[in-house]
Design a protein around this ligand. Structure first.
Ligand code: SF4
Ligand code: ZN
Ligand code: ZN
Length: 321
């Protein structure tokens, strides 16, 4: 099948739009959608100037999503004096997985001449995910520990580096899964939080004094197109799956979405457009009710709804083994 835009061979057919695109035109199309998302989200504040630029910290794992995000942001804003960007990698201590993806992060940031910092669970918490999985004191999935630690470090270090925004590489599939999980779990407060933390335009979100605002500029792009983009551009992305990947419920939802998408192309896009509108309404509904309840963790000082934060409680339980 030929590309719709030129006479080269198409590398993809997007059922949701009917488009057949070659590698070059797929990449152009992805670039265009990401830039539109950045504009619609008002990602770059109109108040930032060359004298007082915004600082963006990009969560760079070395996987295809964050590598593609970093590449596009660099192409778009690399020479814009109103933005300063740097990449932050979290090393969880997973043998044969993270070491290689860290190489990808180093290669990419060298290529782009972008500042790159790495923090490790081992240095910060004196734990490694490989050991946590083996001991498993809370009888939980690996990702349930790992997600708490990663969020904590991203937040803490983005703050330390003076970030105005924290950018992550979540794609359309990731976000549609999260949206559906929140809806199926009936967790309306979580939907409200999701909006204020990382969805929607910065002009519409509630102020989050306690947390660094997050943005997900790839959230319109299906996972497969992100992977093809990384491949066509020959970006240094590490594609192996984490050996502890274990989010069973998310896996179920992912398969459900694949089936739905196959029979009803465009389902992921329609879930997200409806969800975002709904999330904005729920965020308005809960405005102010959550933030006042937050206080500082007695042990580490991070923001929490109880006296000791979840990260500190998990570390205590791991150390007690
Ligand atoms: S898949 Fe789970 S355990 Fe592996 S790095 Fe991601 S969150 Fe951590
Ligand atoms: Zn083409
Ligand atoms: Zn704490």
């Amino acid at each position: 099948m030929e590309c719709d835009k030129c006479d080269k061979e198409a590398v993809m057919h997007a059922s949701y739009s009917g488009a057949h695109l070659c590698g070059t035109h797929l990449c152009l199309s992805v670039d265009k959608r990401v830039r539109r998302r950045i504009r619609e989200d008002a990602l770059l504040s109109s108040e930032s100037t060359p004298e007082d630029p915004e600082k963006w910290v990009i969560g760079l794992s070395g996987g295809k999503d964050s590598v593609v995000l970093t590449h596009i942001l660099d192409e778009t804003f690399g020479h814009d004096p109103r933005v300063e960007m740097m990449a932050l990698t979290i090393h969880e201590g997973i043998e044969g997985y993270r070491d290689e993806s860290v190489d990808a992060c180093v290669e990419l940031s060298d290529d782009l001449d972008m500042r790159h910092e790495m923090v490790t669970y081992e240095e910060e918490f004196d734990i490694r995910m490989d050991d946590v999985v083996e001991d498993d004191p809370e009888n939980m999935a690996a990702c349930a520990y790992c997600g708490v630690f990663r969020r904590d470090l991203l937040e803490q270090y983005a703050d330390e580096f003076g970030a105005d925004k924290l950018l992550t590489g979540h794609n359309l599939d990731d976000e549609a899964q999260t949206a559906l999980m929140n809806i199926l779990e009936g967790d309306v407060k979580q939907i409200a939080k999701h909006f204020d933390a990382s969805l929607g335009s910065f002009e519409d979100r509630n102020e989050q004094d306690d947390f660094i605002p997050r943005a997900k500029p790839l959230r319109d792009i299906p996972e497969k197109e992100v992977a093809l983009y990384a491949h066509v551009k020959d970006l240094p992305a590490h594609i192996t799956e984490c050996p502890h990947s274990s989010e069973a419920y998310r896996g179920e939802i992912q398969e459900l979405l694949w089936d739905l998408e196959e029979n009803h192309p465009g389902t992921r896009h329609s879930i997200m457009s409806g969800y975002e509108e709904l999330a904005e309404l729920t965020a308005d509904r809960y405005r102010g009710s959550e933030q006042s309840e937050l206080n500082e963790c007695e042990q580490c000082g991070s923001k929490t709804g109880s006296s000791v934060c979840r990260k500190c409680r998990l570390i205590e339980s791991i150390n007690a083994v």
